[in-house]
Design a protein around this ligand. Structure first.
Ligand SMILES: [Zn+2]
Length: 252
């Protein structure tokens, strides 16, 4: 059985590394390869997948289009056929750091805004879903939408300013079901532990732990600004639309 070490769970900022190709093949989703370790985030938890590729010298540069967890490791699906020559070879895996940072920022901001509303402002709105894609991001809530007033967004901005004064960091840890941390965590309704993935928790300092397998920035201040835009209703569900501004590209 091939298991893939998922390095993106440990380090958001690892943008390139070497990996050994354990398997190549084709299934109903397309051409794929499996490596012993990966930095490529497969879409999930409302966060979009990374943009990345593997290379074996200049002649083989293979774009990764998505990845999926399986019992036999993570299958990385590719745009083109995976050449047989890469099997049992060491390849370089790359992900584009600007899109990783932006995806992690939107994801991190989604946690912050939803917990800020529920835990900090204590509005009767329980976050049930996040869509953290750049330019289309929103958080969906269950609860009483009558608590939203024309001033709510301004009040959120003030609370955000107060939060930022403490320069909150993001913490990440693994925890077992029934542990003290698990019992104190903010769990989604009908929470089921993930299959084929570790049970991992994250926390913005000052807020409750919650289970999450996404990539996060190390601190909220790494985002230039998080902008709550508007509350609106879609199919009877209350949503908050938001966006993030980044500090600009970091030269590599
Ligand atoms: Zn998360």
């Amino acid at each position: 059985m091939n298991q893939t070490k998922t390095l993106f769970l440990e380090n958001t900022y690892l943008f390139a590394m070497l990996a050994n190709v354990l398997e190549t093949g084709t299934d109903e989703y397309g051409n794929y390869f499996v490596v012993d370790r990966s930095i490529y985030y497969p879409q999930g938890g409302g966060q979009r997948s990374d943009d990345g590729y593997i290379s074996l010298g200049k002649e083989h540069e293979i774009k990764i289009i998505k990845a999926k967890y399986t019992d036999n490791g993570m299958r990385h699906y590719t745009e083109s056929i995976v050449p047989k020559e890469i099997l049992h070879r060491e390849v370089a895996m790359h992900i584009f750091q600007d899109s990783r940072r932006t995806n992690a920022a939107y994801h991190t901001a989604g946690h912050w805004l939803s917990q800020l509303i529920f835990e900090n402002m204590q509005l009767p709105l329980f976050p049930v879903k996040g869509h953290h894609f750049p330019n289309e991001a929103y958080i969906e809530f269950e609860g009483n939408a009558n608590c939203i007033t024309p001033e709510t967004i301004d009040e959120m901005r003030m609370v955000m300013q107060i939060d930022l004064q403490a320069n909150p960091k993001m913490n990440v840890t693994l925890a077992k079901i029934g542990s003290k941390l698990f019992e104190s965590a903010l769990l989604p309704k009908n929470f089921k532990p993930p299959i084929n993935k570790p049970l991992r928790f994250t926390r913005i300092e000052g807020y409750r732990w919650l289970p999450c397998g996404g990539t996060h920035l190390d601190s909220l201040r790494e985002i230039k600004s998080v902008i709550p835009i508007e509350f609106y209703t879609k199919s009877g569900k209350l949503r908050l639309k938001y966006r993030c501004e980044m500090w600009g590209s970091i030269a590599s």
